[in-house]
Write a protein that binds this ligand. Structure first.
Ligand code: PAF
Length: 322
């Protein structure tokens, strides 16, 4: 290399790095109430991967855990957190029309629930969020809820009588447990384990993926596969944040939301397939044969009340959906 060329290179190397135009990066924080290895964690991770890739690093998705769902929704409403992934548990307190999907024994199985929520019925319910200062982006999934407790084996509705059961902050669920003669105690998920340890409540109800991912077997001995209610999940976001996205970025966000929904449902399916065996292995006593008709009969008064308080025509449409 010539002396002049070497000198020129040395001079170049000595130059302060020309300031590259700073890449403006916007952070979107998503909070959900479960461990990262859970079905919500899987959904959030898929959304992050898809959206960050599609927007070439202009957006960063920050995933945080907060096991108080009501608190997350309040934060999304005021805009201190951009998005929520969680159950419909407390959502009816913000968007009352959503309470209809919390009715016990409304959905027959996973294909029924997913089919209804992906249909125009689900879309119409998501449209109810905007007037309440929230955007219902897409339905996610928590799963069919089952009863656990530390007192006794539950074989039928009579065994539920007198049990102190933690429920979500959800009027529809509380009415069902009151009708069964239990003592429903609504509280945030963050308070559940201490309440079970201290005996403030005897039991709780949650889907298999939640019981497994939170090791609830450590504080509960008996599990009955009541499947008494399907627990839908949701991705809810702040309207101003959605508004700020360009049309192309919004399309990328919706694509990422679909990826999140798929990953979330796949994880629920996988946990459902292996979860009960896993909980048995961890020492839980599991009742699998449940007289669903007996539970439905015992809930007759609650069903009559739902018909009066909620949209009865919509309840029938969902029940009859094929
Ligand atoms: O029981 C609840 O509060 C919910 O099912 C949970 C565990 C927070 C998941 O949405």
């Amino acid at each position: 290399m010539s002396l002049t060329r070497r000198a020129a290179l040395a001079a170049l190397a000595a130059l302060p790095l020309a300031a590259a135009p700073a890449l403006a990066q916007t952070t979107i924080t998503i909070q959900h109430p479960l461990p990262s290895a859970s079905h919500y964690g899987a959904g959030a991770a898929a959304l992050k991967e898809s959206f960050e890739r599609a927007t070439g690093g202009r957006y960063r998705v920050n995933i945080q855990r907060n096991d108080n769902e009501r608190e997350i929704i309040e934060s999304v409403q005021i805009g201190t957190v951009e998005c929520y992934i969680g159950s419909t548990g407390p959502v009816g307190n913000f968007v009352p029309a959503v309470r209809v999907v919390d009715v016990p024994f409304l959905f027959r199985d996973y294909p029924h629930a997913r089919g209804v929520l992906d249909s125009e019925i689900g879309q119409q319910l998501l449209a109810q969020f905007q007037p309440r200062g929230l955007v219902g982006v897409i339905w996610m999934e928590n799963g069919f809820r089952h009863l656990t407790n530390s007192r006794r084996e539950v074989n039928g509705p009579a065994d539920v009588r007198g049990l102190k059961v933690r429920t979500m902050e959800n009027q529809v669920h509380m009415r069902a447990f009151t009708t069964l003669g239990a003592l429903p105690t609504p509280m945030a998920f963050s308070e559940l384990v201490p309440a079970l340890q201290q005996g403030t409540v005897d039991g709780q109800e949650n889907p298999i993926p939640v019981i497994v991912s939170n090791n609830l077997n450590q504080v509960q001995r008996y599990l009955t596969l009541t499947g008494h209610v399907y627990s839908p999940g949701l991705l809810i976001c702040n309207p101003a944040m959605m508004q700020r996205l360009s049309a192309a970025d919004r399309a990328a966000f919706l694509e990422a939301a679909r990826a999140a929904q798929q990953a979330n449902r796949d994880k629920v399916t996988a946990d459902e397939n292996s979860g009960v065996e896993e909980l048995r292995r961890r020492g839980m006593q599991v009742v699998t044969q449940v007289d669903t008709a007996a539970f439905q009969t015992a809930l007759a008064a609650a069903f009559a009340q739902y018909e009066r308080d909620l949209d009865g025509a919509l309840l029938r449409r969902i029940r009859d959906w094929r």
